[in-house]
Design a protein around this ligand. Sequence first.
Ligand SMILES: Nc1ncnc2c1ncn2[C@@H]1O[C@H](COP(=O)(O)OP(=O)(O)O)[C@@H](O)[C@H]1O
Ligand SMILES: [Mg+2]
Length: 243
Amino acid sequence: MTAISDPLVELRSVSKHFGEGATRVDALVEVSISVLPGEVAGLLGPSGSGKSTLLNVIGCIAEPTSGWMRLDGEIVYDKRWLRRDLRRLRLEKIGFIFQTPNLLPFLNSAENVAAVMELRGMAPRAAAKRAKELLAYLDVGHRRQALPSMLSGGEAQRVAIARALANAPRIILADEPTAALDSQRAGVVMDLLRRVAVDQKAAILVVTHDNKIFDRFDRIFHLRDGRLVQPADAPTERDVNAG
Ligand SMILES: Nc1ncnc2c1ncn2[C@@H]1O[C@H](COP(=O)(O)OP(=O)(O)O)[C@@H](O)[C@H]1O
Ligand SMILES: [Mg+2]
């Protein structure tokens, strides 16, 4: 039993290396972080510092080498995966947003959003209804019948956010979600992520280099060489811009 304010994302001493011996890369070294419901956290660090690896570990896409991880009240990793059906775990608990929207080109906005609900077993009618509501919630209801090729970059990213929310996950992972957008549209996307965090009591972790949005975070994690850097020796502007 977990309380409402318990972290939705909790990692203790999570490490991940690739390869062995002389070619071994320590992508994450003893990383411990927590993100609470309602929080929008930023994940910063130069290129190659382990940001995507950390997001992939939390998203149960990459397997850690060691450590402990709890997601949405469930211990999912303790030196090994504790669940066999990681695909289902991802569908239920986690929403992913990428730099580019990656919408299926032959489905319209509503169909793109409904597809992930149907994957989880929802009846097509119910999925279509919820897709319509979600698109309206993200201020792209008027574009629900448009194919991705007809959407602007900002609209497509809002459809992608609607899709990430489709199965009502409480953990949202976003890798450079505003990198392809101008500052006004980047601001709109961050406003929407904030709305989601508040309304759904979700924990949102955003990888970014985008200094236009640094002031939008409740909490910032800095990575360098796979290690979490304490605020005292937080990276300089140069580090941040380097990658
Ligand atoms: N699949 C992989 N195989 C081997 N090395 C990898 C792999 N993925 C990432 N790495 C290495 O792990 C380190 C962290 O990479 P990554 O998490 O992608 O960094 P970032 O997202 O901060 O740029 C880098 O040294 C990268 O080369
Ligand atoms: Mg990356």
